[in-house]
Design a protein around this ligand. Structure first.
Ligand SMILES: *[C@@H]1O[C@H](CO)[C@@H](O)[C@H](O)[C@H]1NC(C)=O
Ligand SMILES: *[C@@H]1O[C@H](CO)[C@@H](O)[C@H](O)[C@H]1NC(C)=O
Ligand SMILES: *[C@@H]1O[C@H](CO)[C@@H](O)[C@H](O)[C@H]1NC(C)=O
Ligand SMILES: *[C@@H]1O[C@H](CO)[C@@H](O)[C@H](O)[C@H]1NC(C)=O
Length: 181
């Protein structure tokens, strides 16, 4: 019986199962991110990666640079969809920068400009391969963390219009591909 079951569990079934588990892990990370940001209008009954307008809202009447509500996935990576971009601009979010962003293994871009987020940049982000970070126009405070210098993939970092204290740390000089600060 056990052998029949094993051989019956085809590669195809296993692929479906691992894709399903991966999606669950992604959705759980997104739920944590929503709690940390205090974002209340993501509909978790919808697939964040199928292009529906709840997760990726057309700009409509909102004037472009100030508002954005976008989650982009790259589904060509290894047969499963990975969240690569999150842009939630001008949404009156009043939580903190989400430590759980680091639970999305392929995240490249986070734009949380023009909200009311407080605290500082979470240490968890050090382990990501982020290329683009903008947290412009929030209520972030404390000194700009030196571990940012360890996110070697970073190309663009937007920190202006917050209440950070002190200087830009020398460690950011380590970032060879950083072109915008
Ligand atoms: C997404 O769906 C939720 C629940 O249905 C709704 O409250 C929210 O307004 C929707 N958000 C957008 C941006 O469409
Ligand atoms: C998705 O990932 C693949 C593999 O890394 C890459 O070649 C492709 O450009 C990515 N697509 C987008 C739209 O970012
Ligand atoms: C993520 O955003 C970048 C910059 O806007 C864009 O070039 C890229 O195509 C986006 N990735 C996906 C998968 O949509
Ligand atoms: C950057 O990474 C190195 C090597 O892992 C570590 O020793 C160092 O403490 C990190 N820097 C910061 C500021 O976290």
């Amino acid at each position: 019986m056990a052998m029949m079951f094993e051989s019956g569990l085809s590669l195809f079934t296993m692929l479906i199962l691992s894709t399903f588990l991966f999606l669950q892990v992604t959705v759980n990370a997104l739920k944590e991110i929503a709690n940390q940001l205090r974002k209340k209008d993501w509909d978790f009954s919808l697939n964040p990666c199928d292009g529906n307008t709840n997760w990726t809202t057309p700009l409509g009447n909102h004037p472009p640079p100030q508002f954005n509500n976008v989650v982009n996935c790259n589904c060509s990576l290894d047969d499963v969809c990975h969240v690569v971009n999150i842009s939630l601009k001008g949404q009156d979010l009043a939580g903190v920068l989400p430590p759980s962003l680091a639970k999305l293994p392929s995240i490249k871009m986070i734009d949380l400009s023009f909200n009311y987020l407080n605290g500082n940049i979470p240490e968890e982000w050090e382990s990501t391969k982020l290329e683009f970070i903008s947290v412009t126009g929030n209520r972030l405070s404390g000194s700009i963390p030196t571990f940012l210098g360890n996110i070697t993939t970073l190309k663009s970092l937007g920190l202006e219009n917050n209440i950070f204290s002190g200087k830009v740390p020398a460690e950011l000089g380590n970032l060879k591909s950083l072109s915008l600060l």
